[in-house]
Design a protein around this ligand. Structure first.
Ligand code: F6P
Length: 538
């Protein structure tokens, strides 16, 4: 399994420290002036992707040293270990094989001596058959009507991934209405159900564990609505589950033939490629879903085979380490210039922060360096009118990933050019800033000059992608998944468990029973005060 190597004790880390002393106050504007071939060296062209990382606080030497760190940590061995199905999720004793879900090579992948590829292919076939029957109307509801709507009930990885992809592939959508219920917010659920017809609505309950309180509660609420609406308890055709807990799903009343399995070697936040993606397949058709998987697989091959110098997820991860652990920048942002990627930041928040928000190394001791990037973002250009002020003139430095597409689906070239002009203009402004007399006009008021200056030198990555096709979306998501993996590996932490979210869940359960009893137990002063207030007012 992975060795326990403290990255901060490596020779490469020491060299990066020394190098950082030379780099700390270097301006990117000067780096561009002094290195004419900078962009040539600092970009990667891969499939439909152009990744320009030249607008970063780095020189060739920085890249060399960062990749030395990756080598000294033995990253390439770790990558192979993941793909081979080794149990790299040590704390849960599991393999990490979301990559196997999008592997069509037929090469065996063994977990505990069993070839998981066979079962994955079988379930893909079931997904295809179900999706085809659903979209062509041969799979009908219990009153004989074809379905018009789908509700996906799940939370976290059982919601964010499929919800994001269904939105992102808007240009490939059929006319099935696909809706998502994740929160236990009755007002939202009632409002959604009031617009749907139970006779033509299919419900997919997605829960790997089938024990997540919010999901089960929401599934029960919707089940009551279905039973009442159809006027029959026979609503089996309306319910499908995706879970690794088949027994519990059956116990809930879902017919065995309508349960799609999940496996413990796929973490919730990496599961949209499995049957968790059923809502995607229903929304865009199985063939497009498969194209998404194939795009992700291409990125998998890229991670596995590209030399580190041209390896996009590796470069992204190492740049992020450079800013986190040497410059001490606390957060990173992501701005896709595409409305359909509105949900992408939320998906990445779970993927990145649930994976790498860890403070123990691979031997259980506290780490002595920063881990876990805070990621946030919003679509451009909306974000420009919201928080870009802080990017340009705030006291904090926030490295930003800009994601844009060369070709829109619409024929409105003019709108797209405006969108993309903003995309390019912002990265240019963040790099160069606007300082000094050359920008002053005769009419400008000198006293206002300090407020109108901005220093630039703000790092950005630019991803210019041909078009938001299913393949490119698959590659894009997988690119960030691998960034997370590489970063967690270098930080010497375990990226694939999520014990941190368990404790709060336990407390919520015991508070819920206190509320039911109307009796508040001993809590800390503040929680006690708040609970008593809530109880007296509700
Ligand atoms: O919030 C923790 C978590 O376990 C996530 O990792 C997971 O995606 C989510 O809850 C939902 O879990 P499940 O699919 O088991 O309902």
């Amino acid at each position: 399994m992975f060795k326990n190597i403290n990255p901060s004790g490596t020779v490469a880390w020491h060299n990066l420290r020394k190098h950082f002393e030379e780099m700390e106050y270097v301006k990117m504007q000067d780096l561009f002036e002094s290195q004419v071939d900078r962009v040539d060296k600092m970009h990667v062209s891969w499939n439909d992707f152009l990744f320009d990382f030249s607008k970063n606080k780095i020189t060739d030497k920085t890249v060399e040293l960062l990749l030395d760190l990756a080598r000294e940590m033995e990253l390439s061995t770790a990558i192979e270990s993941m793909f081979k199905g080794d149990k790299i999720n040590v704390t849960e004793g599991r393999a990490v094989l979301h990559t196997a879900l999008r592997d069509f090579s037929g090469q065996p992948i063994l977990v505990d001596g069993i070839n998981v590829v066979d079962e994955i292919s079988r379930v893909r076939e079931c997904l295809k058959n179900f999706s085809d029957a659903f979209t062509d109307g041969t799979y009908k509801g219990s009153t004989g009507k074809a379905f018009t709507d789908v509700i996906n009930i799940g939370i976290g990885g059982s919601d964010l991934g499929p919800r994001m992809v269904v939105n992102a592939l808007e240009s490939y959508r059929n006319d099935i209405g696909v809706h998502f219920i994740s929160n236990v917010d009755d007002d939202h659920i009632v409002s959604l159900l009031s617009k749907l017809d139970p006779e033509t609505t299919l419900v997919i309950v997605v829960s790997k564990t089938f024990t997540t309180q919010e999901t089960i509660l929401n599934a029960q609420t919707v089940k009551r609505w279905l039973v009442e609406g159809i006027n029959s308890v026979n609503c089996a055709a309306h319910f499908v589950a995706v879970s690794s807990n088949i027994e519990q799903a059956e116990g809930f009343g879902i017919a065995k033939e309508n349960i799609f399995p999940m496996w413990d070697y796929v973490g919730g936040r990496f599961s949209l490629w499995s049957a968790v993606g059923l809502s995607i397949s229903l929304a865009v058709g199985y063939d497009h879903f498969e194209r998404l998987l194939k795009g992700a697989n291409q990125m998998d091959q890229h991670l596995r085979t590209a030399p580190l110098e041209e390896n996009i997820p590796v470069i992204m991860a190492m740049l992020s380490i450079w800013y986190n652990n040497f410059y001490g920048y606390q957060t990173e942002a992501l701005v896709p210039y595409c409305q359909f990627l509105e949900k992408f930041p939320a998906h990445l928040q779970q993927m990145i922060m649930e994976s790498n928000g860890k403070n123990r190394n691979r031997e259980g001791y506290p780490v002595n360096y920063q881990t876990g990037t805070i990621i946030w973002g919003e679509v451009g250009v909306n974000a420009q009118h919201a928080f870009f002020q802080l990017f340009h003139q705030g006291t904090k430095i926030i490295p930003v990933d800009f994601i844009g597409f060369v070709k829109p689906y619409s024929t409105q070239r003019e709108n797209h050019d405006v969108l993309m002009s903003n995309f390019f203009g912002q990265t240019e402004a963040l790099l160069n800033g606007k300082v000094g007399a050359k920008y002053q006009t005769a009419s400008s008021d000198d006293r206002l000059q300090p407020y109108k200056e901005f220093g630039g030198n703000k790092p950005t990555n630019t991803f210019l992608i041909e078009q938001l096709t299913p393949e490119n979306l698959g590659s894009l998501i997988a690119m960030y998944e691998h960034k997370v993996f590489v970063q967690g590996f270098i930080w010497n932490i375990f990226s694939f468990d999520q014990f941190g979210v368990e404790y709060g869940k336990k407390l919520a359960c015991s508070i819920q029973s206190e509320l039911e009893r109307g009796e508040i137990n001993n809590h800390d002063g503040s929680t006690q005060f708040l609970l008593e207030y809530y109880l007296s007012k509700r």
